[in-house]
Structure formats: structure tokens, C-alpha cells
Design a protein. Sequence first.
Length: 554
Amino acid sequence: MTMVLTLTGALAQQKLQVLGKSRAMQRVVVTNKYLLLPVQEREDNANIRILKDGQQVKSLNVRLAVDQVDYYVPLNLTQFTTTNSQLLLDITFYGDRRFTGAMKDFLCWKEMKQSDTFDTKNREKYRPQYHHTPVYGWMNDPNGMFYKDGVYHLYYQWNPYGSMWENMTWGHSTSRDLIHWEAQPTAIEPDALGDIFSGSCVVDKENDRVVAFYTSAGKSQTQSMAVSKDNGQTFEKYSGNPVLVSTEEDFRDPKAFWNPEIQRWNLILAVGQEMRIYSSADLKEWKYESSFGKELGCHDGVWECPDLMKLQVRGTDKQKWLLICNINPGGPFGGSATQYFVGTFDGHHFNCEHKDTRWMDYGKDHYATVTFDNAPDGRKIALAWMSNWQYANQVPTKQFRSANSLPRDLDLYEYEGQTYCGVTPSREVNALRGKVVKKLPKTCEIVVDVKGTTEVTLSNKLGEQVLMKYDVAKKTFSMDRTRSYASFSEAFPCVTTAPVYGDIRQLRIFIDNSSIEVFDAEGRLSMTNLIFPTEPYNNIKVAGGRATIYEIKN
């Protein structure tokens, strides 16, 4: 039996057809650019198939509102058809009707609206002031980062239809200084091969193009390729996709790079709990070279988002290779984290020179770390996703979720006969420094000159606080956020502790509206943690050192 309802309000005179308990069809006469879809995050996803003349032109999943609207997301109707023509929305709900009630009574039918604009004004108190975030929607892994003609391009895992993980697409932002980012149109959208998971871009100088590699996540995970001839603004997918396939279930996150030592392209892939290395002369045909990872590093979770690069060892004429391996779960404090390996690579095999597990950042909110291709001056500039899979979908924001870390330059340094990864805030970050102030502002950089064991406490009048401690005797640095607001997740309160390789003389502490990043000024310590104080921390107490507070320039 088909039930036909006439809607009132925004979609008046357009028919809603209810087909059974979980399916409905909504006919839309296009009058404006966007259809604003009302989202209620506690509900299950509904699948929306968009049909034009009986043919599916798009499929997406949205948590359509049942009895409360948390926010709206825009569906661009004009990408499918012209004004005054019709589209049919075929909607399937997956929630349990015993808890959500009759589908005909759902609030979404009254709240769907057409509009020529979508309001992206920031209404979030926790949105960072000087870290990259999406204008709206969910973001996780940074993807496809490259530099060309004075512009840094950052692509990212993006859900345009909600602030929780779903509908994976490549969003796109650009910057000339690694600090101020401008949102660009969507770069790569899902297709019949699947959603668009993480990957990389290379600047193919010989052919004056940018080539993207990404994981097509359908019934299987395969690797696909797309080409841009306009500096990464738009991509045309390769007609021969996929370019790499496997019988493995976890087969993803291709990182490609030109290797001048073998005059070929290399590509490294995360496959289960190992990395696989390939080579190619033309970026289309890939030869398997070797695998790396058995019995080395942490194997408590799936390996993801690899990177492989040659770096200088500070103060020496030596160069070594660094292999980045992100893992989830298995991080030192639970959930996701970034480990790394130092060794040699001849274009065919990577050999690790150490047996211990090493973490690039000892905070809880540093993941999916990768570097920009073709960065100027041979620099290796990294960005991380600043969150943790244990609670990323639950952090207390709605308009958007997740930010990227500050940009960091990577190198290598030696300590007691071992070689470690150095992590230093990129020099572009220095431009954020404003005037020296005495009172603690909401966002700032704090430089602490250390005199032995040192404690730094940030607090507010509600009794919320974060305690940071450099312990000379234990040779550790720790950050305690157990008294920071954390009611959204039992996994959030924690104390993160890092080993210290050599004496710390100065700390650089970057505070934004929802994050703290701490670096040893000599680049031997990195710790990234989210914070969500009910009110901003406005008090600072330092024992054992002297602090200089710089406000952040707009």
C-alpha cells in the first residue's frame, strides 16, 4: 500500500510517497541551487538515491532529522539538472521504528528547504583560530598534499553531508603560507568503484600535470588514479582504473613519489599490517618490489597512511630514509597514532635499523601524518589529523568536526648512537607571533625557558586544568588533561607521557580553542592533544621555568 502526503512549508505542493515502514520517495521540483537537508546526529543514517529520468545520478547517506534538527547540510541540485525540472529522492531509513516512530511523522519532511545560499558563518566556540578546518562537515585524514607555483594544496577526507564519518570525498583547501587556508570546490567525488579514501598527489614536472592516487573503497579496496591539468583544481579520473588491486581486505592509502636514485616512481601502500612497495616508469603500470613490517613496530591495529622520504641527519653529512606508518588502534595511549621507522631504501627494499617502536608524536590526537610533495627547498612538511578514532565522532562540535595540526618540518637527529625523527614547527608558524602579553589569552604561543624540572598549569575559574611537566630525573615530558572537560567520551581523559632524548632547554606551547601542541625548541619532542574547556583557560602557573606569552595575530 502506498501512502501519499501533501507537504506543507518549504516543499509544499510536492508529493511524499511512503512505501512501507522504511522507504519513502520525495519528488523535488528544482527552484533553487541547494536542497538543505536537516540532520539529527543521534539517528541512524538514511540512504538517499537521487534519480533523474529514472536513472540514479548520486547516492549519499544522511542522518535525517526525526524529531530535532541539529544543523543543515547542502545538496547542490543544479549539479544534476536545471531550474524547474524534477528530481526524485528515493530514501531508505535504517533506524528502528520502535524507537523513532512512524516515518510519515519525521521532522525532516517539514524541514527540508530549498535555498540559493548556505550559511557557513562560524558558530562554534571550539573552532580553531589558526589551524585548518573544513568550512562545514566531517574531516579526517589529510590527502594528496602538494606544493606548486607558490600554492600549498591540501585535500582531505570529507563528508559534505554531515559532521560524522560518511560519504568519503576529497575536500580541498589552498594556502600560500601554510596558516591561512581558502576553501576550494570538491576535488574528487565517489563513483561506481566506491568512496574516495586516502591517497596522495605528485607533481609530474615532465608532463606539466598533477597526478592523484587514492583508494576506491567499494566492495573491495582498489587503487585509482586521476589527473589534473589545472594545478589541482579539477581532476579527470583515469579510464583504466583501478591501477592496483589485491585480494587483501585492508589495501589502501597510496603514497607516490619520484625517486631520482632509480629514475622511477615509487609507491608505498598500507596492506593489513605491512607496507608494500611498488615502482613505475609511467605512473600507470606498477611493479611490486617488496614488503616491509613483519616483527617490527607496533602491530596492535591496522597499518594506514604511509609515507617514505629521504632526510638529512642534523650536524652530519649522512642521509637516511624515514618510513611513516600510522596505526589504529595501538597508539601508546589508546586509539590511533603515528609510528615511524628509520633505515635505508634503494628503491626496491626498505631496511629498518632499529627494533624498538618509535612514535612521532606522544599526544593522543596526532594521526594520518603525511607530507607535501614538491615542497620548496627540499623540505619535508607534514600535517596530521588532530583527533583520535576513539572519540572523533563525539567531540563537542556540530557545524564541523576535526582540524589539522600545525605544519611541522621533519628531519633526523642522533642521540646516544641512535637516529630519531625530529619534529619542528614549520617556520611559517613564526608569523603568528603577536605582541608579548601578561594575561593568558584564548589562543597563544607560550615559550618556556626551562630551568630543570618544570611544571606549567593552565586553568580556569571552573577548576578545569591541564598540567604539563618536564621531569629531569625521569627524562620525560607529560601532559595531564584528566581535569579538562571530557563528558562526551570515557576514552578522552588521559595523561600522555613522552621520553626525552637530551636535556630540554626551551618549550614551545601552542594553544588554540580546542588544542595544545608542545614542542621542544630543538625538535626532539612533539605532543598534540585536544582540549575542550567549558571556559577558556585564562590562568597560567609556571614552576621551575620562565614563560613568555605571545598573542596570536589574526
